[in-house]
Design a binder for this molecule. Structure first.
Ligand SMILES: C[S@@+](CC[C@H](N)C(=O)[O-])C[C@H]1O[C@@H](n2cnc3c(N)ncnc32)[C@H](O)[C@@H]1O
Length: 477
């Protein structure tokens, strides 16, 4: 424990020394403290990570195993309190620079005094609000974020009111359908009484407020540390180098690309390449026109409606790119998406997946490991989908067709997302010589048969997703 405490001291001294040397405000619970760290040099960022991890370990040791487990399970009550604070908009009702009594706050909400007080006071144990004198509430730096950051409000709402109930029903779903591949038999459907009726996206498609909340929540997530598009676009940050394709005036297809913000960034950097952004009709219809102000960029990007559960219509492109797509699907669906490319692929075409790629346990820095493992379980709760390891991506491509030659996984430093790449070599596909698609279909029949994707399911998955994607795209503007 002392070793951990020393590690924390050393790392904290380094972090503070850096902040002071740069004249940056020090972290604090005060309402006017900064909500975020600025980008830090790698070694200082490492110190910050060390503090987080060592402090957690020290806390667990100080609790002792039995007490840590006993009370660890109660974290869902913290989620409940935060969800309630967010749901009733309490943070927006507390003045930023002064205080409010609980009695007055109560007059502004439908909550009765007892429930208001107990939920707020539980939230306080996690640094959300403070009570400078009995019955008087003031902001902390965290509650101020809840008051001012709309995407964060959506993030809390989506997590607390959609993912939390879905998670609570995962065991029920697993007991009933242990294979856990169907989009209509997840914890989400058990929570919201839609088992075998519709996938989550269809439910959201019927409820624009809920869809918008999810879209904004995604914007909050992907606007956070480690997910910036620049990690893919900027070669200087370890991004993918498309210089060869640019020189040849190649074509890049962003499948499920929303409103094309990745292509806009790429087209600004590469001035010869052409881009096609594919998404569902509804998303295409809601895209800004033109996609961006620079005509040289906008005129090289075509937005088109395409359902990736049908055959790829852009033949002979150089790259087919999937960002935050494949992790939304269990293997039978993901195999189907890859196979739908095959009739369009020319030899040497690259398939690039931009998703999390799980490393062996303990290989990740502990913060990222926790985020990714949690995300993996979120995918289970909502979609029976999953984050994948390198081996699982390799198997996914192999299940789709032998013609996909797996190239490996790369990841820019500081980024949580990986670039997973395969190249199409039709001569490697079983029954090559114009038979690639057929061979792939046979291959898939063998691998995906146990949990085949029905047309009905695929259709139900597809159409309404656009609604949920729109707000995300709006944020991306
Ligand atoms: C999680 S978002 C990812 C968007 C974008 N690639 C990104 O990186 O932010 C999933 C996207 O897939 C689109 N989508 C869902 N089902 C689809 C389908 N069957 N065909 C085409 N696009 C689909 C959604 O509309 C949405 O834009």
């Amino acid at each position: 424990m002392v070793a951990l405490a020393k590690k924390i001291t050393k790392a904290t001294e380094k972090l503070e020394a850096y902040m002071k040397s740069e004249n940056l405000p020090l972290p604090s619970f005060d309402a006017d403290a900064p909500a975020d760290y600025p980008p830090l040099p790698a070694d200082v960022q490492q110190s910050r990570q060390d503090i987080i991890h060592a402090a957690k370990e020290l806390s667990l040791l100080a609790h002792g195993p039995r007490e840590a487990v006993r009370w660890g399970i109660w974290e869902f009550l913290d989620v409940l309190a935060l969800t309630a604070v967010n749901h009733y908009g309490l943070a927006k009702l507390v003045p930023i620079d002064s205080t409010i009594t609980l009695a007055e706050l109560q007059t502004k909400t439908p909550l009765d005094p007892i429930n208001l007080a107990r939920l707020v006071r539980l939230a306080m144990t996690n640094g959300i609000f403070r009570e400078p004198s009995p019955g008087v509430i003031a902001h902390t730096s965290a509650s101020r974020v809840l008051a001012e950051d709309e995407n964060m409000q959506s993030w809390i709402g989506f997590n607390g009111e959609d993912i939390f109930p879905a998670s609570a029903h995962v065991l029920q779903a697993l007991k009933a359908y242990p294979e856990a591949t169907s989009l209509t038999r997840t914890g989400f459907q058990f929570a919201f009484d839609t088992v075998d009726k519709e996938p989550m996206f269809a439910t959201f498609g019927k409820d624009p407020d809920r869809a918008r909340r999810m879209g904004r929540a995604m914007a909050s997530l992907t606007g956070g540390e480690g997910y910036e598009p620049s990690y893919f676009v900027d070669v200087e940050k370890g991004g993918y180098d498309f210089s060869d394709l640019d020189a040849a005036g190649g074509t890049f297809v962003d499948v499920g690309g929303s409103h094309g913000f990745i292509c806009v960034d790429l087209a600004a950097r590469y001035r010869n390449m052409k881009f096609v952004v594919q998404d569902l009709q509804k998303t295409v219809d809601s895209a800004p026109k033109p996609l961006c102000a620079d005509p040289q960029v906008a005129e090289r990007i075509t937005l088109m409606a395409h359902d990736f559960f049908t055959e790829q219509p852009i033949k002979g492109a150089d790259v087919y790119y999937f960002r935050w797509i494949i992790h939304n699907y269990s293997t039978p669906y993901a195999v189907r998406i890859l196979q739908n490319l095959i009739p369009a692929l020319k030899p040497g075409a690259r398939i690039i997946i931009n998703d999390h790629c799980l490393r062996e346990p303990g290989q990740e820095n502990p913060w990222d490991e926790r985020v990714m493992r949690r995300m993996d379980v979120v995918m289970l709760a909502l979609l029976n989908a999953q984050e994948r390891t390198e081996a699982e991506f390799r198997e996914l491509f192999a299940a789709a067709s032998d013609g996909f030659v797996f190239k490996g996984v790369t990841r820019a430093k500081g980024c949580r997302m990986s670039v997973i790449e395969a190249v199409w070599q039709p001569d490697r596909a079983a029954g090559a010589g114009g038979q690639a698609a057929g061979a792939a279909a046979d291959n898939a029949a063998a691998t995906a048969a146990p949990a085949a994707v029905t047309e009905e399911e695929a259709a139900a998955t597809a159409a309404p997703v656009a609604a949920s994607a729109e707000p995300k795209s709006e944020e991306a503007k």
